[in-house]
Ligand binder design. Structure first.
Ligand code: G4P
Length: 530
């Protein structure tokens, strides 16, 4: 077989997806259970870090541990049913929706996990909207059915209304939340009954019960489930792969990650329903064939994952061809050769050297300090993948080192954290040299300050500014704005594009009305944070 067709076959057996959820909905638990069902760990619980029972191994930053939230994203790879599954971790907090957005650029599908007692939480709508903006196929998992929760039919309505996705249940609960007997698999009509194992550490035993016997044994719970299913049939909420792949409907599964009920159905759906990596379209709109020579793009950069090593890792999603460690690629933006001698796959804080990778896989390039988010790397014929847009920032703060003697460390940290996309850094080309940080969520500032102090030894003073909105502008308008005396600040991004910062949307409205010829472009609608 040629290298090209190997890439094609290997791509077909890959599934690359991310889990999106509100913090505490059960993403970490579900991730562990996937590893358990795939045989990657012998017992659930094993992935939790020693001495810290609470968090899974993929959470490594001290701040994450202190806060009990997952801020940084890592990648887990495991095999299941002869497929290679790449699970990209995303932060659960909406303040990091921009990071989630970048990770989703590298995913082919997402699983949305909802807590059955809470439904769609307002705080996380933004994360789900990001999925929809990408038209990613989304599978839904109604989690925590082992304890009291809301009516599943009511939750279906809520998903449709708030997220704009039509859920199409594949499994349906028998028994109410808190008295969970099993699920009806709509594809066979059978009841699948689960048995608990101690602490959910091992796979739940499953018994498949034909409908007749299920009716006898489960009585009212079965009757109710079949009535609800008849209702779903009547409204046409059946599984439809085409609309799922188009990001319009979402196959829905019910279960409990804690007790492992329904976990296997969901993981099977990743293999059976989620798409394999497809040809990626480049910036010019042409598709790069899977069997073309290697190509990929950087979707995440992370430094100092291991403070002892002071390293710098660029995560590259493979789009075409075969990656072999040691190959020399071309770095798209600079046209320079790029050596891949140091490539790694990551499992939380642990690292294995990766030798080969195929479309859908993620390669971690160590000490790749010249790479930036969105950069394309390729072998053979040149390709440029579309840039990863940044969100329109909503929060702004000036940043100064508390101790002016640490200015050098401060600059170094500022530069590094900007590269990683922790915050955007804006500077005034003509005025006050104090950098202005821009963010989508307040916690980005907190992470910035924490990491600057911990990793670069520079305590920082952040002072919020009164700005609430940014518009793209040009030199001519910038000059007019400065002369106009309006309370508008013109600043530059690293790529030298200019932004005008406003303290109120009314000012924009007024200026647009009075000076329709001025350039005050909204940042791309797709990425306009809501
Ligand atoms: P996250 O990554 O989305 O933030 O959630 P995580 O998996 O950490 O789960 C949050 C809490 O919800 C954990 O409880 C976890 O055990 C619990 N949980 C997850 N799935 C289920 C489920 O299916 N049923 C029930 N009843 N609980 C579930 P905790 O008490 O905060 O932590 P722990 O002490 O159990 O680790």
């Amino acid at each position: 077989m040629s290298v090209g067709s190997v890439s094609h076959v290997e791509a077909a057996r890959r599934r690359t997806f991310a889990i999106i959820s509100h913090p505490d909905a059960g993403k970490t638990t579900l991730t562990e259970k996937f590893l358990l069902y795939a045989g990657a760990v012998a017992e659930a619980g094993a992935v939790r870090a020693r001495g810290n029972q609470r968090r899974a191994r993929s959470d490594w930053m001290t701040m994450e541990q202190e806060r009990g939230i997952s801020i940084t994203s890592t990648v887990l790879q495991f095999t299941y049913r002869d497929h290679v599954v790449n699970l990209l971790d995303t932060p659960g907090h909406r303040d990091f929706s921009e990071d989630t957005y970048r990770v989703l650029q590298a995913a082919d599908a997402a699983i949305m996990v909802l807590d059955v007692a809470r439904g769609v939480e307002a705080q996380t709508l933004k994360l789900f909207e990001v999925c929809r903006a990408r038209a990613l196929p989304v599978l839904t998992f109604l989690n925590k059915y082992d304890r009291p929760g809301r009516e599943p039919l009511e939750l279906l309505d809520e998903i449709a209304e708030k997220i704009g996705l039509t859920p199409t249940p594949v499994t349906w609960p028998v028994g109410i939340a808190g008295d969970f007997r099993g699920v009806v698999d709509r594809r066979s009509g059978e009841l699948v009954r689960f048995a608990r194992t101690a602490h959910g550490a091992r796979a739940a035993e499953e018994e498949r019960v034909p409908p007749g016997r299920a009716a006898e044994e489960e009585g009212a719970a079965w009757t109710r489930a079949t009535e609800e299913l008849a209702l779903l049939d009547a409204v046409g909420a059946g599984l439809d792969r085409e609309t799922f792949l188009a990001g319009e409907t979402s196959p829905l599964f019910v279960g409990s990650a804690l007790t492992n009920f329904g976990v296997r159905h969901l993981l099977d759906a990743v293999i059976d329903l989620a798409p394999a990596p497809a040809e990626r379209v480049d910036a010019a709109g042409a598709a790069r064939a899977l069997e073309a020579p290697f190509s990929g793009f950087v979707f995440k950069i992370q430094a100092n994952m291991n403070p002892a090593h002071r390293d710098h890792i660029a995560f590259v999603r493979v789009c075409s061809g075969r990656f072999e460690r040691g190959m020399t690629l071309t770095h798209g933006p600079s046209g320079r050769p790029f050596s891949t001698k140091y490539a790694a796959s990551l499992f939380g804080a642990e690292r294995d050297t990766i030798d080969v990778a195929y479309p859908g896989d993620v390669v971690g390039l160590v000490n790749a300090s010249e790479l930036r988010i969105g950069d394309t790397l390729f072998d053979g014929e040149a390709v440029v993948f579309p840039p990863i847009p940044t969100f329109a920032p909503e929060l702004f703060a000036t940043a100064r080192p508390l101790d002016t003697r640490r200015h050098k460390q401060f600059r170094r940290g500022l530069d590094q954290l900007e590269r990683e996309g922790v915050v955007q850094v804006l500077t005034d080309p003509d005025g006050d040299p104090t950098p202005i940080l821009a963010a989508v969520g307040q916690m980005q500032f907190e992470v910035f300050a924490h990491r600057l102090a911990r990793e670069f030894g520079a305590e920082v003073e952040l002072a919020p500014t009164a700005h609430v909105l940014a518009r793209r502008t040009d030199e001519a308008t910038a000059g007019e704005l400065r002369r106009s005396g309006s309370r508008v600040r013109v600043v530059a991004r690293r790529d030298r594009s200019l932004l005008a910062l406003f303290e109120s949307p009314y000012t924009i409205g007024r200026l647009e009305r009075d000076h329709p010829e001025w350039c005050l472009e909204p940042l791309p609608a797709e990425t306009q944070a809501s």
